[in-house]
Design a protein around this ligand. Structure first.
Ligand SMILES: *[C@@H]1O[C@H](CO)[C@@H](O)[C@H](O)[C@H]1NC(C)=O
Ligand SMILES: *[C@@H]1O[C@H](CO)[C@@H](O)[C@H](O)[C@H]1NC(C)=O
Ligand SMILES: *[C@@H]1O[C@H](CO)[C@@H](O)[C@H](O)[C@H]1NC(C)=O
Ligand SMILES: *[C@@H]1O[C@H](CO)[C@@H](O)[C@H](O)[C@H]1NC(C)=O
Length: 383
């Protein structure tokens, strides 16, 4: 069951530029095991032609989200930002809105796909926030629905707590920006939607629960817990409290606020790892926090589909352009999410009755954009 996984090289973040070279960087082999995480031992940098609407422009000029004139601009230092965000009302205002949080180090290869996804909703029941690591050389001139959505961003590197910081920054901005933000979904640039916005909206607002994978007996758990040094997580985070799960979750407003308020276990996770090969703080912090503070407000699963059954080396499957078509989308939609341990060894039995639809999927290679667009209206957005 358990399979080899790889170091955290910003799983799924694919850098695309309009040139025509392909190369990969390989890390030393390694021995952690888990069946859930999206860690890869290679970062593929696709430099490809034919990507619609992506133009290179320098210099980088981040476009901050437009805040209502009644609000002061959010502070740029993290402590003040988190402090301010932790004071928002945990109860969302009507109408309920979805906040889409894009965590990236590259332009969105699938921006045109998302553009139509959001346009089709013909509603204002969503907000978009982008965290874009400013140290990468890429174009930040997001267009269309992505205009003015980049929050004040800082370097966010794999195998460090900075990916968690970036995510907490996204949550803070979303909490402060709109009191109607009800559900917060974290996405990577290699994610695509599997249903229409309306479908996703209905599922998430009706459920009112967080969907976050929370696992404990995964292989390598102990090595991950001691990655910062023996006993350095103590006493706040004992090994028995330590949890693991996919980085791509969906959180309720209550849980989003819980994350930005957290000052108890964050200092433990905001420590430098001694070993990179067991250092995936972004896969540990969120499941551990939610587990410790409000286990029952969440469903232990991720609604972002990933295929670990087919792999190249120790990569999860990346769908290539030639694989993309109606059949693939249909088969991804028909799969049932994995819910924690489903009753095994005394874990939650009630989830066995659940069958929530996957709402997003990854990873898709950037060059599949044309094919995805060609089936978007008839298949992807047709529920
Ligand atoms: C989405 O809507 C915006 C504003 O109405 C428009 O400028 C843009 O072309 C639309 N995009 C698509 C893909 O329909
Ligand atoms: C989605 O829902 C909105 C509001 O209910 C509606 O105006 C819009 O037409 C719907 N879009 C589609 C594609 O059904
Ligand atoms: C996290 O740790 C770094 C390095 O020790 C420190 O500079 C930073 O202020 C900490 N961040 C937070 C939000 O506590
Ligand atoms: C259940 O617990 C037993 C005893 O602790 C352990 O050996 C076994 O591997 C566990 N099963 C699963 C599926 O984790």
């Amino acid at each position: 069951m358990l399979s080899t996984t790889p170091p955290s090289l910003f799983c799924a973040l694919i850098l695309c530029l309009p040139l025509a070279i392909v190369f990969t960087i390989t890390m030393p082999p390694f021995t952690i095991t888990t069946i859930t995480n999206c860690k890869e031992d290679k970062v593929a940098i696709f430099l490809t032609k034919n990507l619609p609407k992506l133009e290179i422009k320098t210099p980088i000029s981040p476009q901050p989200p437009h805040y209502p004139p009644s609000l002061p601009p959010p502070p740029q230092d993290d402590d003040s930002l988190l402090h301010l965000a932790s004071q928002v009302n945990p109860r969302p205002k009507s109408p309920k809105k979805l906040a889409f949080l894009f965590l990236m180090t590259a332009p969105l290869p699938f921006a045109p796909l998302w553009e139509l996804y959001f346009n089709q909703s013909r509603t204002t029941l969503f907000n978009i926030y982008i965290h874009a690591d400013p140290t990468y050389k890429y174009d930040l001139s997001f267009t269309g629905v992505f205009t003015n959505k980049v929050i004040h961003s800082k370097p966010a590197k794999r195998s460090t707590p900075t990916l968690i910081s970036a995510t907490r920054r996204l949550l803070s901005h979303a909490l402060l920006h709109d009191p109607s933000n009800f559900i917060f979904a974290l996405l990577s640039p290699s994610c695509i939607p599997l249903h229409s916005f309306n479908f996703t909206y209905k599922i998430l607002t009706n459920s009112g629960k967080s969907f976050i994978e929370i696992l404990d007996i995964e292989g390598g758990a102990y090595d991950r817990w001691v990655a910062r040094g023996e006993e350095l997580m103590l006493p706040e985070v004992g090994f028995k409290d330590f949890r693991i799960g996919s980085q791509f979750w969906i959180l309720t407003r209550k849980h989003a606020r819980m994350v930005v308020r957290d000052m108890r276990i964050w200092p433990k996770f905001n420590q430098t790892c001694l070993r990179e090969d067991t250092c995936y703080p972004e896969d540990h912090y969120f499941p551990t926090l939610i587990h410790m503070q409000d286990l029952h407000g969440s469903v232990s699963t991720t609604l972002t589909s990933i295929d670990w059954s087919v792999r190249v080396g120790s990569h999860p499957r990346e769908y290539k352009a030639y694989e993309v078509g109606p059949d693939l989308i249909m088969s991804l939609r028909n799969k049932r999410p994995r819910y924690g341990y489903e009753g095994i060894n005394g874990s939650d039995l009630s989830v066995m009755k659940r069958n929530d639809p996957f709402l997003f999927a990854r990873k898709f290679s950037p060059d599949s954009i044309q094919l995805l667009i060609s089936i978007e209206k008839d298949i992807i957005l047709n529920d």
